[in-house]
Write a protein that binds this ligand. Structure first.
Ligand SMILES: Nc1ncnc2c1ncn2[C@@H]1O[C@H](COP(=O)(O)OP(=O)(O)O)[C@@H](O)[C@H]1O
Ligand SMILES: CC(C)(COP(=O)(O)O)[C@@H](O)C(=O)NCCC(=O)O
Length: 307
């Protein structure tokens, strides 16, 4: 079966024409905020690809709230705010968290009155101690390495309108879950949930994580490019680890740089690449939109699911 059957495909110029840049002028403060996130981010991508996507999301969000109000009126129930949840999927190191932060900044720009929160499912990985106990250290990121019940309960509580919901957090430099630093999510209007596993089907649970999503994005690129981005990120992790003995990568940063990169290349080949091929890529055609990247993270094609 043609996996693109249900998608409209657009090149950048066509996609941009749906919402020309002049409609939202980014201030210097906006640009500074984006550049502080990552100074390599292309502002052309932001204006030509992300702003039309944000406009589409704004329309979907408004529709969603209207539908919800009509339903509550029909059921003679009082209306309450129900968070709109956006999932962002894709390989390790494809740029999910960078895209998620961009969406958060731009959604806030277009709808300044809304509270937009962002979490990553990395926090729902079992802690390293538990992964070791289960013999799963080399399976980090694979479906069995996540506490899916905890993630589903978290999403359920957010959707149910709980005043405060705790999300565990993860640090790449500690290489573990930060059990003492949970993130507190307080009644968001929009919640972005970013992670490699957000479009996966559960093995035991009766619910999918994506059952909670109102819109989903898959960030896509050729595996060879993603490996390069993985290694570039590893280089940045090494640079920051250099003077910090508590950093997971400290000993690699102190030792031979070539050997450190050989180790990272091996981890990519043994763990993250098979995970991409076996468990992440097969979820691509569940997304509402696929952002396809080429060299230098430039988005060259956009696939939008047909209704
Ligand atoms: N749009 C972008 N432009 C330039 N570099 C980017 C962009 N998106 C991601 N990167 C870089 O690629 C690497 C992986 O991105 P990251 O957001 O950490 O990926 P993920 O969350 O998917 O693991 C990081 O070094 C990040 O700085
Ligand atoms: C924590 C992760 C599963 C998730 O990755 P992310 O999407 O945040 O890049 C990944 O970064 C990871 O640690 N994978 C295990 C093998 C490795 O060290 O790359």
């Amino acid at each position: 079966m043609n996996e693109w059957l249900n998608y409209d495909q657009f090149d950048r110029a066509t996609w941009h024409s749906f919402f020309p840049s002049e409609r939202v002028l980014l201030s210097q403060a906006n640009l500074d905020e984006i550049k502080s996130l990552n100074d390599q981010i292309s502002i052309a991508d932001v204006q030509e690809v992300y702003l039309p996507l944000i406009k589409l999301l704004q329309l979907q969000y408004q529709n969603y709230q209207q539908m919800h109000l009509q339903k509550m009126t029909f059921l003679k129930k009082s209306n309450r705010r129900v968070p709109y949840i956006i999932g962002i999927a894709g390989s390790v190191a494809v740029g999910k968290s960078t895209s998620a932060r961009l969406l958060q900044i731009l959604l806030h720009k277009l709808m300044p009155d809304l509270r937009v929160e962002l979490i990553t499912t990395d926090g729902f990985l079992y802690p390293n101690a538990e992964l070791k106990k289960r013999g799963l250290m080399d399976r980090k990121g694979f479906p069995e390495s996540y506490d899916m019940d905890k993630l589903l309960a978290f999403l359920n509580d957010v959707k149910a309108g709980e005043a405060e919901v705790m999300a565990p957090t993860y640090s790449h430099s500690v290489y573990d879950v930060l059990l003492d630093q949970p993130q507190i999510i307080k009644e968001p209007d929009i919640l972005i949930v970013e992670g490699i596993n957000v479009l996966q089907l559960p093995s035991k649970q009766p619910l999918f994580v994506s059952d909670f999503f109102d819109f989903s994005v898959y960030v896509d690129a050729d595996a060879k490019l993603i490996e390069q981005w993985y290694l570039e990120r590893f280089g940045l992790l090494l640079d920051t680890a250099f003077q910090d003995p508590s950093n997971y990568y400290y000993s690699y940063a102190q030792g031979d740089r070539q050997a450190a990169f050989d180790m990272a290349r091996d981890v990519w080949q043994r763990i993250d690449l098979p995970n991409l091929n076996e468990y992440i890529l097969p979820t691509r055609n569940r997304a509402d939109i696929i952002l396809h990247k080429t060299t230098n993270h430039k988005i060259d094609r956009i696939y939008l699911r047909e209704d």
